[in-house]
Structure formats: structure tokens, C-alpha cells
Design a protein around this ligand. Structure first.
Ligand code: UD1
Length: 429
């Protein structure tokens, strides 16, 4: 199993190109199931989760082709995927595939809406909490689907097609909102989604669906209206930049000191996180090329923050922020409100010398002068990258095990950091 070796203590200086957003790419790829025409997605990141979803969609009969670089394309230009679901050959998503990537459960909405039936394995447990799918099921039931659970599978039927309805989410859910939008797009009549997630990836999906002929308004606000259409067509869509990758490298630059341009980043996608960094004493400047992050010698001021749905501070940056706060000049408090059990990085950061106490959903972090390198490992994507960030600033060598978590969500991490002066390498085997 690959590991990453880091020798900490070098400031980051240079340019980091920001890739297309993983969390937008996955639902966009799944949206290809809604049409028999071809959906072309540009700026798709090269990630293990994308390859895994290609396999899952292939199982349903989606033909996926990957266009390589065109002449003139920059080295870091994302890939272009063409997805054609002309013939859906199977409406079952088996346990072996869904259990590998939770988001693949989302195929249930498009399969049901287009084919009138879907049989999708429940995703099962996950390292960051139970992550149920009850709200996705509720949304589909509100659109007229008959649903039963059979042998670990959610079996959904709508023999005469879905029909519009009102979906009121009791709590904000990104997965529920994606599912509701996709299913309602092909339902008969209008759907109103209340307390919808406002995340930029929801807006990106709605934009793409509208290009395919859907009639969705209000995406990015808590009330989304969808007028169902009889069929959707093909489209070409460019995936928006990854705000979590942006925030991660912004925090890495803040942690090590130095100055980094996050090229192609869109600051409005992560304003809460950038504001928090500025509050902590980090230099943050929006430029026409992206976002510039700098810290030259000044101390990191401690912060108090709770994770929250967009536009609040994202749970997907919680672990990285905690890594930064281990070296702040005082005591920070970080509260996780979205996922239970999303603190696996705490014990690993403690192995690097961090002083962190957990009380329920709140971590209290007492800043110290310097972390010390050690072997560490984590069991989820964002936790793993927080250990990389910590390692970049720690004295001596840090080995991050289970790198496959990083490969799920960060494209060429060691290359991007290495080019900015980090001493970081992948050890194979
Ligand atoms: C997505 C992101 C993930 C991010 C999260 C929150 C993708 C691929 N993943 O995950 O990176 O951390 O949004 O911003 O885009 N819930 C229920 N019942 C449900 C669905 C969700 O109780 O049916 C709960 C979850 O357990 C969680 C909360 O709602 O506590 C938020 O989940 P949700 O917004 O749906 O997250 P995901 O879409 O899974």
C-alpha cells in the first residue's frame, strides 16, 4: 500500500492549479443516466472516485469515453468525459459497487425517473458516521415512488413515472437535494423542494441539468422549483473548481508560511473559510487568476468555529483547520455539527504532539510551538489530508499511511505540493 513521506518545515511558494470539484463531478456523471444523448463533462479531476463511478455507471450500460489532452491544453487541464446512457441495461446497483463509494447510491434518482424502477444497495456504514439515506428515500416517495427495503437493497418503483410534489427536508442534505433535483427533472408536473442544500455543487448540477433541457430555478437557495419535462437531452458542461481542494491548500500555505497562488480558485465558493483564515492572521487576496494566500512570520491567531451547511464553514475543511490550529497562538474551539464521529484525525494529530481535547462535538485545541513528525494514518479523505498538512509543518519526518484515501479526492497531491517546495514523496508498496 502506498505511503506518503514528508519532511516538514519548508514554506510553500509558488502556484497550485485547482482541479475540478470532486463533489460536483460525481452527481454530474450520475446525471448522464437521465438522457439517452451524450453528456460531455470538462475539467473532470483525475481521481479514484471518478474511476470508480465510471465502473459503476458502466454496469448500468453507460458508455464512458475519456478524451486525453488536446494540443495546447495545459498540463493540469482536467480531463473530458463523454457519457452516453443510450441503453440502460441494468437498473440494479449491487452491494459490491455501492459499498465502495457512498455517492453511487445516488443513481437511484435518475434510474427511477427514467426507467420507472431501480434496485440499489444501501451504502452501509462509513468511517465518518452512519450516513443514512432515509431523506433520499423520503424525497423519492414524495414524488410518487413505491419503496421497499429488501435484502439490503432499496427497491423503488414508479411504473407510470414520477409525479411532481412538495419535498420538505427536515435537515439540510446535499445528497437528498441532488437526488430530488435529478428525479423531479423527469417527473410529471412541478416539484417544490424546501430547505434545500445551497452548496455550489447543487448549483453546478442544476446548471448542467438546465443545459440538458430541465427547468430548475432557485438552486443555491433553500427553495428550489423544478418543472418536470418529458425528456432530457445531451449537453456540454465544465465542472466548477474544487472549493475543498482550494481551502486545503490555502490552509497548507497558512500552516507552513510562504506565499501560494491557488490558480483558478473562486473565492466566493469558500468565503467563510477564507474569512476565517484572514481572521487568523493569514493574508488572503482574490486576484483575477485565483486566490493568493500568504503568511510571512506572523503567528496564527486561534479561532472558534462550527461547521455548517453552505455558506457556513464546510465540514470537509474541519480536519484541515484543526491541523492549522494545533500551532496557533492560543486556544481554538472547533465544533462539528454535520457528521457524527468526524474526529478520527484527532488522535493522529496528537501523535504529532498536538494538544487536543474532545468534548462531544467540540474539539478544544491548545496551540503549541511546533509539531513533531511521526507515522500516522487516517480512515477518511479529509482526515488524511489534514495529516499531510500537519506533516508539512512538523519537525522531521512524517509518514502518512493509507494514501488511497487521498487518491479518492486529491489529484496529484504530492506533485502540486512538491512544486511549491514541499519535501514530499510517494513511497510505493
Ligand atoms: C456531501 C459531500 C461530503 C460533504 C457533505 C456535507 C459529496 C460526494 N459528498 O455528502 O463531502 O461532507 O455533503 O457537506 O458531495 N443525512 C441523513 N439522512 C439522509 C441523508 C443525509 O440523516 O438521507 C444526514 C447525514 O448523515 C449528515 C447530514 O445529513 O449528518 C448531511 O449529509 P449530506 O449533506 O447528505 O452529505 P452527503 O451528500 O452524503
Amino acid at each position: 500500500m502506498d505511503r506518503i513521506r514528508i519532511v516538514g518545515g519548508r514554506p510553500l511558494r509558488g502556484t497550485i492549479p485547482i482541479s475540478g470539484a470532486k463533489n460536483a463531478t460525481l452527481p454530474l456523471m450520475i446525471a448522464s443516466l437521465l438522457t439517452e444523448e451524450t453528456l460531455v463533462l470538462e475539467n473532470v479531476p483525475r481521481l479514484a472516485d471518478v474511476s470508480q463511478l465510471q465502473r459503476i455507471l458502466g454496469n448500468h450500460g453507460v458508455d464512458v469515453t475519456l478524451n486525453g489532452k488536446r494540443s495546447g491544453d495545459g498540463e493540469y487541464q482536467g480531463q473530458t468525459l463523454s457519457l452516453s446512457a443510450k441503453n440502460i441495461v441494468d437498473t440494479t446497483a449491487p452491494y459490491e459497487l455501492v459499498s465502495k463509494m457512498r455517492a453511487s447510491f445516488w443513481v437511484i434518482g435518475p434510474l427511477l425517473a427514467r426507467m420507472g424502477q431501480a434496485r440499489v444497495s444501501m451504502p452501509g456504514g462509513c468511517a465518518i458516521g452512519t450516513r443514512p439515506v432515509d431523506l433520499l428515500i423520503m424525497a423519492l416517495a414524495r414524488l410518487g415512488a413505491e419503496i421497499e427495503i429488501d435484502g439490503g437493497y432499496v427497491v423503488a418503483r414508479a411504473a407510470k413515472g414520477l409525479k411532481g410534489g412538495e419535498i420538505r427536508f427536515p435537515s439540510v442534505t446535499v445528497s437528498g437535494t441532488h437526488t430530488a433535483i435529478m428525479a423531479a427533472s423527469l417527473a410529471r408536473g412541478s416539484t417544490r423542494i424546501e430547505n434545500a442544500a445551497c452548496e455550489p455543487e447543487i448549483v453546478d448540477l442544476a446548471d448542467c441539468l438546465n443545459k440538458m433541457g430541465a427547468r430548475i430555478s432557485g438552486a443555491g437557495t433553500p427553495r428550489i422549483l423544478v418543472d418536470g419535462v418529458a425528456r432530457l437531452g445531451g449537453a456540454r458542461h465544465r465542472v466548477l473548481p474544487d472549493r475543498i481542494e482550494t481551502g486545503t491548500y490555502a490552509i497548507a500555505a497558512a500552516m507552513t508560511g510562504g506565499e501560494v497562488l491557488l490558480e483558478g480558485a473562486r473565492p466566493e465558493l469558500l468565503q467563510s473559510a477564507l474569512d476565517l483564515l484572514a481572521q487568523a492572521g493569514v493574508g488572503v487576496a482574490a486576484t483575477n487568476q485565483g486566490v493568493r494566500i500568504s503568511r510571512n512570520g506572523s503567528a496564527i491567531a486561534p479561532v472558534e468555529v462550527s461547521t455548517a451547511p453552505f455558506p457556513g464553514f464546510p465540514t470537509d475543511l474541519q480536519a484541515q483547520l484543526m491541523a492549522l490550529m494545533t500551532c496557533a497562538n492560543g486556544v481554538s474551539r472547533i465544533t462539528e455539527t454535520i457528521f457524527e464521529n468526524r474526529f478520527m484525525h484527532v488522535q493522529e494529530l496528537v501523535r504529532l504532539g498536538a494538544r487536543i481535547q474532545l468534548h462531544g462535538e467540540t474539539a478544544t485545541i491548545e496551540g503549541i510551538e511546533r509539531l513533531k513528525g511521526a507515522p500516522v494514518m487516517a480512515t477518511d479523505l479529509r482526515a488524511s489530508v489534514s495529516l499531510v498538512i500537519a506533516g508539512l509543518a512538523a519537525e522531521g519526518e512524517t509518514i502518512v499511511n493509507r494514501v488511497y484515501h487521498l487518491d479518492r479526492g486529491f489529484e496529484r497531491l504530492e506533485e502540486k505540493l512538491g512544486r511549491c517546495g514541499a519535501e514530499i514523496e510517494r513511497l510505493s508498496g
